[in-house]
Design a protein around this ligand. Sequence first.
Ligand SMILES: Cc1cc2nc3c(=O)[nH]c(=O)nc-3n(C[C@H](O)[C@H](O)[C@H](O)COP(=O)(O)O)c2cc1C
Length: 193
Amino acid sequence: MHPILQLQNWLREEKDSGASLAQHAVLSTLGREGTPHARLVAIRDVEQEGLVFFTQSGTRKVAEIQQCPAVSLTFWFERFAREVIVEGECHLLSKAENAAYWQSYPKWAQLRFLSYAATSSQTIPDKRILEDKKIQLEKEYRQGEIPLSPHYCGCVVKPKRFVFYSFRTDALSDVIEYRLSSSQGYTWARLSP
Ligand SMILES: Cc1cc2nc3c(=O)[nH]c(=O)nc-3n(C[C@H](O)[C@H](O)[C@H](O)COP(=O)(O)O)c2cc1C
């Protein structure tokens, strides 16, 4: 089985068991001088072409991806005590790709993004500043479409390695690794827990 199908199956099982934020993963990147940094992102697409998430263009994660495209995504499926690690290269989506995703967003999500962008992780003296910006944007865009934010930034992770870890206490845990090879597609192996 292609490892992305296995990830899709585990996501489905986790969601079906009631986990509302299953499609989130910890994105790890490397900064200058090899400083690691990890944070949660919502994964928009899980497809053979890659795993897609969105952020603001001025964030630390985007700067670090541009410096060093090697990243990992770690999913934690609490209901089944499962972990999936995806390692690969991350690239920014084109403007046309961003525009297509932006148009598929509901208006409330576009307005929320515009209320924050481009200030993610900057110091703000008061939350009221963002709330006021949101109110002003709601008035401005009461009618008509909201144009693509220049700060809307999609990223795609092209996997090279997957690890599927099933943690068990009634028996020994199962760990399966998939590696992408240029000649054979994905090959898999059992790893010791
Ligand atoms: C549940 C949850 C979902 C999040 N989803 C995203 C996301 O999809 N994209 C994003 O840029 N940040 C998301 N964040 C915020 C990031 O975890 C992070 O704190 C922020 O983007 C700043 O990251 P950076 O400075 O390392 O780039 C989310 C946080 C939480 C708690």
